[in-house]
Design a protein around this ligand. Structure first.
Ligand SMILES: [Fe+2]
Length: 568
């Protein structure tokens, strides 16, 4: 969403990213594999599925692979976008890179399909290799590489790297998930990294943090042209290099721009990420094929297909590439039986935002950009998730019994009444525009799960909140807990900072609010969930310090915020 005056109310991986090194010492039996999207197999048991997601298997003796001959490429190091991993399970994890010499320009590979070597080891020096194999880097996917490293042990840390010609990528560290129900989970999460609004100092601090997983809740890129349309308080540190992005070449370039940031690269290399999208990966505040500026749905569908493909090419996701008009990305990541993380797509299947509520316009302040809660929002058929995804989510929760169920969700569910009146004054881009569905969904989920924790982003500010099925009926029971993470860099308007405490004051479900940038980290055990809010001192400074601004706890079996500690 755009946060404007009309909204709210209204092991030291940093060093590993330092550059490419030669790996010409690698020698041994050569492996062969073809490239492209057809099935390929190498001598060390590597196959690439028809989807382009490659799979590796372990052998007792790991042969080393010759540096890949690359007659179609010689030149500068091709790892300008770094490396990443994601979507782990107990025995495997997805490894990712995308070959670029210049983050902003295609080539020099042109249309050539390439082969790339991928090494996985139990140590950062790659002396204890798990696998070493060739994989495809097809031109049709902009030389992105998605490798499923498998045959790994549960609850283990691993290191990986890619090799092309004489060049070796920065080293990434990743891990598998545990198979038990007692191993604590340490996770971080955040969203919203508008390039033009600030530095990625938060990622630099996250890269150094002691965490197992990182959850990204959307707005990895912003589609805007230079000047950040709609964002009133851009720090203007960095500027988008192209006009508003609407096609495949544009989205690919935009991911290249964002991924050129060394702090972001270091954070990707530090641990597996689990990602979903929000609106800006395609277009601000869209809902299904409905756009805020009324684009032709057929043209927007083409735009969305391009955005989906570019997103897949650039994210370390355990997903086949998109092939049609829809791209199903909702999925569950399991941390043993301690926590199941359900990653949601709150944009693709959405019904249009309701327009039947009355706009709230105040003297002096003006249009708050909110509407009174009305019939459409109260209709349970007014859906954010769509029928299929909602049934999938409810089945996931009903069919398993982890200690914690976690929703990886985009926009806040805890509700916010922006102005006291006869009906709640709500932001229709959030779950408040889908009030009826929220009421049914939360009731169903919490009748099958004692401990539901919702992680959200989008709002360029942070909250810790008690969640009721109807947020505006404070006589109802607290049935879940929500943490909304601050933005990595995107801004909360200065004009609204003064109003925010007033609004929070008449929304008692919001136990803490903070308008600053940063991230949240959580320590999850079988008895307690502890969340820490990390606040940047100055988002405009890459060398900004970060400090813990607040700490919250939730006790298993007792939904809602149990304790709030605010740093002085
Ligand atoms: Fe955002």
């Amino acid at each position: 969403m755009t946060i404007s005056r009309r909204t709210l109310l209204a092991a030291g991986l940093g060093a590993a990213i330092a550059g490419c090194t030669s790996s010409s010492e690698e020698a041994g039996p050569a492996s062969s594999s073809s490239v492209g999207t057809s099935t390929t197999r190498s001598s060390v048991g590597t196959s690439t599925t028809s989807s382009g997601v490659a799979q590796s298997s372990t052998t007792t003796t790991i042969p080393r692979v010759e540096p890949v001959p690359s007659p179609t490429y010689s030149g500068d190091p091709p790892f300008a976008l770094g490396v990443a991993s994601g979507d782990p399970d107990t025995s495997s994890v997805v490894l990712w890179t995308r070959l670029r010499v210049d983050p902003l320009a295609p080539g020099p590979f042109a249309e050539a399909d390439l082969q790339i070597a991928v090494d996985v080891a139990r140590d950062a020096e790659f002396e204890d290799l798990v696998s070493s194999a060739l994989h495809a880097a097809p031109s049709s996917f902009d030389h992105s590489v998605h490798v499923l490293a498998d045959g790994l042990d549960p609850d283990g840390w691993y290191w990986y790297r890619f090799r092309l010609g004489d060049h070796t990528s920065p080293v990434g560290r990743t891990r598998t998930t545990p198979s038990d129900g007692t191993t604590p989970l340490r996770l971080g999460f955040s969203s919203c990294q508008n390039w033009e609004s600030g530095s990625y100092a938060a990622h630099r601090h996250l890269a150094a943090a002691d965490l197992d997983l990182f959850i990204w809740l959307g707005d990895y890129i912003y589609e805007y042209g230079p000047g950040n349309q709609g964002v009133v308080d851009s720090a203007g540190l960095r500027v988008h290099t192209t006009p508003e992005v609407t096609d495949l070449a544009g989205y690919r370039e935009r991911y290249g721009l964002y991924k050129s940031d060394r702090s972001l690269q270091a954070h990707h290399a530090a641990r597996p990420w689990i990602v979903t999208w929000d609106d800006h990966e395609i277009d601000n505040n869209h809902a299904g094929l409905n756009t805020e500026d009324g684009q032709d749905p057929a043209a927007f569908l083409e735009r969305r297909r391009a955005a989906h493909l570019a997103w897949w090419e650039n994210m370390p996701v355990r997903l086949d590439p998109p092939t049609g008009d829809r791209f199903e990305i909702h999925r569950t990541i399991r941390w043993g039986s301690l926590a199941h993380l359900h990653m949601l797509d709150g944009r693709q299947y959405r019904d249009a935002q309701p327009t039947d509520g009355d706009p709230v316009i105040l003297p002096v302040v003006g249009d708050l950009g909110v509407r009174t809660l009305a019939e459409t929002a109260r209709d349970p058929n007014q859906s954010m998730l769509g029928t299929e995804q909602r049934e999938w989510l409810e089945n996931e929760v009903v069919s398993s019994d982890p200690t914690w169920n976690i929703l990886g969700n985009q926009v806040y569910m805890h509700g916010l009444d922006a102005f006291p009146g006869a009906a709640p004054a709500t932001n229709t881009d959030t779950w408040d525009g889908y009030h009826g569905e929220r009421l049914e969904l939360l009731t169903n989920l919490t009748s099958n799960s004692d401990n539901l924790v919702i992680l959200s982003g989008d709002f360029h500010s942070s909250t810790a909140a008690d969640v009721r099925a109807d947020p505006f009926d404070l006589s109802g029971p607290i049935i879940a807990t929500e943490f909304m993470a601050p933005a990595i860099s995107s801004s909360f308007p200065e004009l609204l900072r003064g109003l925010a405490p007033l609004v929070v004051g008449f929304n008692p479900q919001v136990r803490h609010f903070d308008p600053d940038n940063g991230f949240m980290t959580c320590e999850v055990t079988s008895t307690t969930w502890t969340t820490e809010l990390h606040r940047l001192a100055d988002v405009t400074a890459e060398d900004s310090d970060v400090a813990i601004a607040a700490r919250f706890t939730v006790r298993a079996g007792s939904p809602g915020i149990a304790t709030v500690e605010v740093s002085q």
